[in-house]
Write a protein that binds this ligand. Structure first.
Ligand code: NAI
Ligand code: MG
Length: 365
């Protein structure tokens, strides 16, 4: 049977960018004999409107069964007044938590045609292709004790950085596995100089590294890593780091390469019975209420998220590359959605116009 894909378009521009992904999925079925069993469901505000919850139990169950989940975006001003427990974001958090997606992959990749968009010099970013692996389910965002407590005559805010060996081991393994399929380099970032969790992190990553003798492992303090990311990011291949440092480093690395409309992500968990990892793919951007419903959204982040699904869930690395090349061609031809405009005199294409151009480039590939 065909590999299965659950599509959750969500809110705002989510359904708009996902419509373009669906056309590309259809193209793979028609032209490459690569058919998927696609089902579609609600998440976020759209699910709340229909069911009074941002993620229905049936949808959660479906997400656990399929080979991969592809999500658009959730949220919007309409839902800001909702109670915390039913906010759109809770739908996404529930997916990540119940699927136990501990390894968050954030590529920072620079398409040459967009190198001028970077906040850095062109030669620093042109051709950049690095991957930040962020631990997503543990660390200081989850550790206990946490809270705001009375202490003497004032209050104290407490969060706890906590990592078990097995939590470090599994995310480290996913980073080394990735490196084996890429440039065979892993740089692990922590603060072993001032944090015990960092000392343990370094020990465990070093131990895991012994299982991957082909991969060159280095360690860097996360603050020095931040400097190096801005100074000469091409020195890196895969960076593996904890939840907090990964949050900061991946956002910083994202801006090396330009627009939010271009950034995909993957969140992976443990292998399922069929050997594929539990997986959720989604663009980094949100529901962009300021441009929703206007056909202005850039669908590339969501399309690149599908390319990641091809590569990491469906073992179709060559087809993922075909799709990324098509995007590169289109950008090199000067096709731009409004968020990518820089040059004078270029007329932006719509969301579906960008989809058209990418499909044409795929046809020509
Ligand atoms: P956002 O990412 O939705 O938008 C930030 C800015 O980038 C806006 O000016 C938007 O127009 C632009 N932008 C984003 N994606 C774009 C695209 N594909 N093409 C062109 N321009 C794009 O972040 P914001 O405004 O902070 O949040 C809006 C809503 O989205 C909120 O409800 C927030 O909670 C939610 N959100 C959801 C996320 C998710 O579903 N994973 C992540 C971040 C925010
Ligand atoms: Mg962040």
């Amino acid at each position: 049977s065909n590999p299965s894909l659950l599509i959750l378009p969500g809110d705002g521009i989510g359904p708009e960018v996902m419509a373009e992904v669906r056309r590309i999925i259809d193209w793979y079925g028609d032209k490459r004999g690569l058919a998927f069993d696609v089902s579609e469901d609600l998440v976020g505000g759209a699910a709340y409107d229909a069911h009074g919850t941002p993620l229905h139990d049936d949808t959660m169950a479906k997400a656990q069964e399929v080979d991969a989940v592809l999500l658009g975006a959730v949220g919007g001003p309409k839902y800001d007044v909702l109670d915390f427990s039913v906010k759109p974001e809770r739908g996404l958090l529930r997916l990540r938590k119940e699927m136990d997606l501990y390894s968050n992959l954030r590529p920072a990749q620079c398409f040459d045609a967009l190198a001028d968009f970077s906040s850095l010099k062109k030669d620093v970013v042109a051709g950049l292709d690095i991957m930040i692996v962020r631990e997503l389910t543990s660390g200081v965002y989850f550790g206990e004790p946490r809270g705001i407590f009375e202490e003497g005559n004032e209050r104290v805010g407490i969060n706890t950085q906590r990592y078990t060996e097995s939590e470090i081991d599994r995310v480290a393994r996913s980073a080394f596995e990735l490196a084996m399929r890429r440039g065979k380099k892993v740089c692990s970032m922590e603060k072993a100089n001032v944090m015990e969790s960092g000392i343990l992190w370094r020990e465990v990553v070093t131990e895991v590294g012994k299982d991957y003798p082909e991969v060159e492992l280095s360690h860097m303090y996360a603050d020095a890593g931040a400097m190096q990311l801005c100074r000469w990011p091409k020195q890196f291949d895969v960076i593996v780091t904890d939840n907090l440092f990964g949050d900061l480093l991946s956002d910083a690395a994202a801006m090396l390469t330009g627009s939010l409309g271009m950034l995909p992500s993957a969140s992976l968990g443990a292998p399922m019975e069929n050997g594929r990892p539990k997986a959720l793919y989604e663009p980094v951007h949100g529901s962009a209420p300021d441009i929703a419903g206007q056909g202005k959204a850039n669908p590339i982040a969501c399309i690149l998220s599908f390319a990641m699904a091809l590569r990491y869930s469906f073992d179709q690395g060559a087809e993922a590359e075909r799709l990324e090349k098509a995007i590169e061609t289109v950008l090199a031809d000067g096709v731009r959605t409004a968020d990518l405009l820089g040059e004078e005199g270029v007329t932006p294409v719509s969301t579906s116009g960008m989809g058209d151009a990418i499909l044409a480039a795929l046809d020509a590939s």
